[in-house]
Design a protein around this ligand. Structure first.
Ligand code: IPE
Ligand code: IPE
Ligand code: MG
Length: 252
């Protein structure tokens, strides 16, 4: 693999988030229908999820369908939902073999019944898998997530279950779709765009960002390792100075 050794990555992100963008442009470039781009996008996801688990990443959260994506042409939405059902059926074996737990974030009540049922079934079957949690962001919008969080907290206040002074960052985190997960350490977006498109806005407060020009269906393990090596060379200061971090390192 062109001299890229997995072992050269000392600091792996515990949680990797990906915006899998560029399926449509990949298909167009090849003269295929957009739906073929999405199909090849599933192949890329299988490879990246397997590689991530093998490398030791504990959480992988991928943007598969945004709330805004519901406004795409109905034919594309339908093709994506059909692909979701068939992929869930097909990938269960790979998930079990690789000891990967499947989870979902987003308003899955909006998914067609068949998709939701299949999704819940795969989540149930894989719930004891421990190597990595793969979360699919489906019908996901970070702003909707925050609105839902505020409503839940408001309800608890009205019912007297909590006081205003109980509301802190941890309390908010516990009412987001991502409760129980650490924040993403690295966010990769493929497809050349440099924006976050309503993805995990609260959770990426201190996340490292990495943009790749590769279109998602052509993003492979080698590209993933490049991104991880880049992350490995970053200094995450969390507001402190570089000197403070070095001091902390020498003092253990
Ligand atoms: C990302 O690829 C997948 C989804 C949004 C479902 P796109 O479909 O956005 O591909 P481009 O950006 O049009 O190339
Ligand atoms: C973001 O991609 C959502 C997914 C990858 C599922 P989009 O292609 O929908 O993003 P925008 O609209 O170009 O920002
Ligand atoms: Mg796109």
């Amino acid at each position: 693999m062109s001299g890229l050794s997995d072992h050269s990555i000392k600091n792996l992100p515990q949680h990797l988030a990906i915006i899998m963008d560029g399926n449509g442009r990949w298909a167009k470039k090849k003269g295929f229908l957009r739906s073929i781009g999405h199909k090849n996008g599933v192949d890329a996801l299988r490879n990246i999820a397997t590689a991530s688990a093998e490398l030791g990443i504990k959480y992988l959260t991928v943007y598969a369908f945004s709330t805004e994506n519901w406004s795409r042409p109905q034919s594309e939405v339908k093709a994506l939902m059909t692909l979701l059902v068939s992929s869930l059926k097909k990938e269960l074996k790979t998930l079990m073999k690789n000891n990967i737990r499947l989870s979902a974030i987003g308003d899955i009540s909006l998914l067609p019944t068949k998709c939701r049922r299949e999704l819940l079934e795969v989540m149930e079957t894989t719930k004891r898998n421990q190597r990595m949690t793969l979360s699919l962001a489906l019908s996901y919008s970070s702003r909707v997530e925050m609105v839902q969080c505020m409503k839940k907290i408001g309800q608890k206040l009205i019912e007297g279950e909590i006081k205003i002074s109980d509301i802190d960052e941890a309390h908010i985190e516990n009412n987001l779709f991502t409760f129980g997960m650490p924040d993403p350490d690295l966010l990769i977006r493929t497809g050349g765009e440099q924006r976050v498109s309503n993805y995990l806005l609260w959770q990426i407060a201190y996340c490292e960002l990495y943009f790749s020009d590769k279109l998602w269906p052509e993003f492979d393990k080698e590209d993933l390792i490049h991104a991880l090596q880049d992350y490995n060379n970053r200094e995450r200061r969390f507001g402190k100075t570089s000197e403070q971090l070095h001091e902390e390192e020498t003092n253990g």
